[in-house]
Write a protein that binds this ligand. Sequence first.
Ligand code: ACO
Length: 396
Amino acid sequence: MAAKQQVECVKEGNYIRVPKGLVNVIVDETKISGVDPKGEATIYRGYTIEDIGEHASFYEATHLILYGRLPCDEELKEIKAKIDKYRGMVPEKIFDALKYVPATHPMYYGIYGVSLLGQYYAPDWRFDEDFLYDHALRVTAQLPVIFAAGWHLARNGTFYRPDPTKDHAWDVLRMIIGREPSEIEARAFESTLVLYMDHGFNASTFTVRVIASTLSDLYSAIAGGIAALKGPLHGGANEKAMEMFLEAQQKAEAKGVPLYEYIEEYIKEKLAKKEKIMGFGHRIYKLHDPRTDVAKKYVEKLKNGDYWMKVIKKAEEVMWNEKKIPANIDLYTGVLYYQLDIPIPMYTPIFAMGRVVGWSAHYIEQVLNNKLIRPTEKYVGPTGLKYVPLEERCKK
Ligand code: ACO
């Protein structure tokens, strides 16, 4: 029988043993984002995540997350000017390097490209605030260019150059899809970048904070964040959710029924096989993910919105009846990015293009009030073994 999972902290001598997966463990304080003390809403620097996701531009939200307040006129102009300028300043040699990457998952281009950026910007790394904030804006502006260029260069040997005269979200979407997006498409895309911007001590942000706590540079920390985000239990779920819908759609077509009628059977079959349904469930949101409310409004307005909302609603109904598990943001963004003609492997990189702002803010918060994050372990392996030379060790 499997051992009963420990759910509470237990004192063991001088140590505290915490639950596996750090479930319900508070590891530090942050003023950037998190669930409010009443446990009722997720907060970005005092505002609800849905308020900012629905109303703020990418520049406003970036200012809020990084500096702690929504910008006034001059501040907004300044942050916009910097992000747009830096977007056009990716070192040319990084594009040259990206010409030689294989056509694999583009999250690798982010990990690779951001460490190349670090080789330009980080050798003389410092911890004064102006320097840190300036690099937060550089990496925020340049990471999307690297992802988009890597994607196209690896596949077509050419790419869409950034246009610093354009709005960040519009320009990034254009570089990904290779056409000029409409106003509503650009705003839908921008809103998801804002919704993804930060989310407390999630796995990738915690990774960034661990790396920051060693006083490594921001670019190295962001490379770690991208690596953590890549996993299907975290950012990778938006791709998996859409792949699931497309697989189900094929099966529905073979049966001659619309997907919104077939999805119930498809989900129930998967649940019967004990498979997870991607785009559902969350460590914190057990009843409802508020980010889905904002994303839903855009899914409704984009291409085939009615059709996709019928599919999502049915899937949500089935998962609630069967498992009492709500949809998460990745179910909605998976569909929304599909409506924008974005190639599926670029969905998780887009998550990173928003989250890079939160990672940078957490990096700065950590290094400005630092304590090396280094837990201890409970060793449960054997002891007392003695080295035996090879010739004696493997005698039959
Ligand atoms: N489909 C089916 N069952 C599920 C799902 C799901 N999506 N999510 C949770 N469950 C079940 C588990 O099987 C488990 O059942 P059991 O107690 O019978 O074993 C129970 O619910 C608890 O699930 P855990 O995975 O232990 O919950 P945890 O809080 O650790 O996990 C997680 C949260 C990892 C997000 C999980 O819900 C999951 O794997 N979801 C699918 C992946 C996904 O959509 N990730 C995106 C998260 S949002 C984001 O990163 C922006």
